[in-house]
Design a binder for this molecule. Structure first.
Ligand code: NAD
Length: 262
């Protein structure tokens, strides 16, 4: 008889797994943490905004640990992994979600801004994977999910650093997937590519045009004619985090309302 047959409660799609989610104080990170807990995982939620993740963890109850964490800092990554090992002794899911958007063409952007965007959006992914992998390899199966963007596939004149950093996340994820497979095949790595999604990352754009006009302008560019909701992305992460996707590695999951199909 299967475990599910003897249990009156459904166990959830990631039951018993431990997930670490960066940038979890709001937006997609928060939605992902809530989704993974709902589906049976325990979570380590990290952010530079400690108050935000502390509040989230208290909402989620005993299944969550909140940590202050700047993803650009190697020493903080080492501490976060050590705390995860101490609290849970295992790590099956890493969601490298923290990221920033920044307007600017190649001529408008300062080198300092360019480097900052790459530090937060892509160097952090390198650091996270490097330091989490030894702990993830101790588990039976692991899944790294790197939050890229549709901007990592389609470029725009005014997103030089964002386009570059998110394209790098896509390709880095493939390299990590092949490395993990070569090491023994138990840890997978994929990237997720959301289209415009209604989170605070769009606040600047809303301030510029007014909320209604900004949302309409963005939705018009999407064949499905709507902005994504945070849960649309969290469901994609959930699939990649679960064993349902155990044969999927080195791939990219587009949650883009068809924008890249044109
Ligand atoms: P958001 O701005 O709502 O949340 C980002 C979170 O990351 C915040 O809580 C912030 O405090 C945290 N963060 C920023 N810098 C950090 C650092 N150095 N260390 C740790 N945490 C840091 O953004 P979001 O929309 O939830 O975006 C999450 C991810 O999804 C990002 O990587 C973003 O590029 C990507 N994305 C978002 C959209 C969208 O339209 N919302 C579309 C495509 C991709």
């Amino acid at each position: 008889m299967s475990d599910l047959a003897v249990s009156s409660e459904p166990k959830g799609r990631v039951w018993g797994k431990v997930a670490l989610i960066t940038g979890a104080a709001q937006g997609l990170g928060e939605a992902t943490a809530r989704m993974l807990v709902k589906e049976g995982a325990s979570v380590v939620v990290t952010d530079i905004n400690f108050e935000g993740v502390e509040k989230l963890a208290s909402d989620l109850g005993g299944k969550a640990l909140a940590l202050k964490h700047d993803v650009t800092s190697e020493s903080e990554w080492i501490d976060v992994i050590a705390e995860t090992r101490k609290k849970f002794g295992q790590l099956e899911i890493l969601v490298n979600n923290a990221g920033v958007g920044d307007f600017g063409s190649v001529e408008d952007m300062s080198l300092e801004k360019w480097q900052r965007v790459h530090d937060i959006n892509v160097n952090s992914v390198f650091l996270g994977c490097k330091h989490a992998l030894p702990l993830m390899r101790d588990s039976d199966r692991g899944s790294i999910i790197n939050m890229s963007s549709i901007a990592g596939i389609i470029a725009s004149d005014s997103y030089a650093a964002y386009n570059s950093s998110k394209a790098a996340v896509r390709h880095l994820s493939k390299s990590i997937a092949l490395h993990c497979a070569k090491k023994g095949g138990r840890v997978r790595c994929n990237s997720v590519h959301p289209v415009f999604t209604d989170t605070p990352i769009l606040d600047g754009f809303k301030d510029l045009l007014g909320e209604e006009q900004a949302m309409e302008k963005l939705a018009r560019q999407i064949p499905l004619k709507q902005i994504a909701e945070p849960d649309d992305i969290a469901y994609a992460v959930l699939f990649l985090a679960s064993d349902e996707s155990k044969m999927i590695t080195g791939s990219e999951l587009l949650v883009d309302g068809g924008i890249s199909a044109q």
